[in-house]
Design a protein. Structure first.
Length: 374
């Protein structure tokens, strides 16, 4: 049997655990299956422009604990890539590189957007396998994505630290966490860090409800409060507008109308960027307590992966090499009930896993008296 040639790329936002996954795939592919591996640089751009280097036992060593990705990453899409100031469809260029390098499979490590791009390339007849990575934990078909556990730890520690200063000054501190349009990170860190209010995109909030919860705490003797707010959390009114626009976009048959609606939604979302600062100011006005804001941002994506993410990424990475050996392509290697399983890309691409309203974490938060702002 000729040696199998595999390509690996990392796409979308980086996340702790990417290097652990690259190492897991690489070490298993090299030592168990005698495959050859190429790493493409900067996501799909690297394969479109044929920028790669050989991954071997030397450059795969010592990367387990490294944050980021040794391959680099980008948010480029195969079919819409900025080249020389123009948006180009680079699908054919990717196919050309794939054939020129005699690849047997391309492994794409990424979040929701990457799963869609992986399906696009699968539909273009390439052998594709993907892995689920993101601190947002919002990829469908997997119990967990790698990157999430590390971000959860960082966000929890931040909430812990904010407690003592909020307590000393009798202040409200509004801590904004990442997560895009899903509340996993904020809900998890909010519960683990004992936030008094947790606001997630799945549950729209009102300022009155949050202010009431804070005033109740003051009445019971707690003159400080921690509000953990997801970057995608919305007021009731904002959530209604987003819902209407999203439905209109889905129903639009005319290309121009669709484009206009998308731009309207984008403009609306630009206003939401200030939600956390506005919330902090409004809470100060309605409670009479001083309020401060802490936006954690990319801190949550940086640094060394947690032990949990190292194990998950290594497990899924090693299993990926097994899938390649078996010729089991067109799947995302997902984590289900502690097992690595292959889920067909068609079943998960384009589906966002948000927090279900009956999820035990939501019930738990309410039981311990946390306000969810609704
Ligand atoms: O998807 C991961 C994530 O960190 C989201 O939580 C956040 O909304 C987004 O990426 C930020 O993207 P960028 O790094 O491109 O600003």
């Amino acid at each position: 049997m000729p040696q199998k040639q595999i390509g690996i790329l990392t796409a979308g936002g980086d996340a702790p655990g990417l290097n652990a996954a690259i190492r897991g795939i690489g070490k298993t592919a090299l030592s168990h299956y005698d495959m050859q591996i190429l790493g493409f640089q900067k996501g799909f751009r690297g394969i479109a422009q044929n920028q790669s280097f050989v991954l071997n036992s030397e450059n795969l060593a010592g990367i387990l604990t490294l944050g980021g990705t040794i391959l680099g990453t980008s948010r480029d899409k195969p079919h819409k890539m900025a080249i020389g100031g123009k948006s180009m469809d680079m699908t054919n260029a990717i196919i050309e590189t794939y054939e020129q390098l005699h690849l047997d499979c391309l492994v794409c490590l990424g979040g929701g957007g990457t799963q869609k791009n992986a399906l696009h390339l699968k539909n273009a007849s390439l052998n594709i396998i993907s892995l689920p990575k993101t601190i947002d934990n919002d990829v469908a078909g997997t119990d967990m994505t790698f990157g999430f556990d590390t971000a959860l730890g960082i966000a929890t520690e931040a909430i812990d630290r904010l407690h003592s200063t909020a307590h000393s000054h009798h202040r409200i501190i509004v801590a904004e966490l990442m997560g895009h349009n899903a509340g996993w990170l904020t809900l998890g860190a909010g519960i683990a860090g004992g936030a008094d209010v947790i606001l997630i995109p799945e549950i729209p909030y009102t300022i009155e409800s949050i202010a009431d919860a804070i005033k109740r705490r003051v009445q019971s003797g707690s003159r400080f409060s921690i509000v953990a707010v997801a970057e995608g959390a919305l007021t009731h009114e904002q959530a209604r507008t987003v819902k209407v626009l999203t439905e209109e976009i889905a129903a639009a048959t005319d290309k121009v109308e669709r484009k206009n609606l998308k731009s309207k939604l984008w403009q609306h979302e630009q206003v939401h960027i200030n939600n956390t600062l506005n919330l902090s100011r409004q809470l100060e006005e309605s409670t009479g307590l001083e309020s401060r804001t802490s936006i954690l941002g990319h801190l949550q994506r940086g640094g060394t992966p947690s032990a949990g993410d190292r194990i998950l990424a290594t497990h899924l990475g090693a299993a990926t090499a097994d899938f390649i050996d078996q010729g089991n392509y067109g799947v995302m290697v997902a984590y289900k009930n502690h097992q690595a399983i292959g889920v067909p890309l068609e079943e998960i691409a384009g589906i966002k896993k948000r927090v279900p309203l009956d999820h035990p974490w939501i019930e738990t938060a309410r039981k311990v008296g946390t306000s969810l702002g609704d």
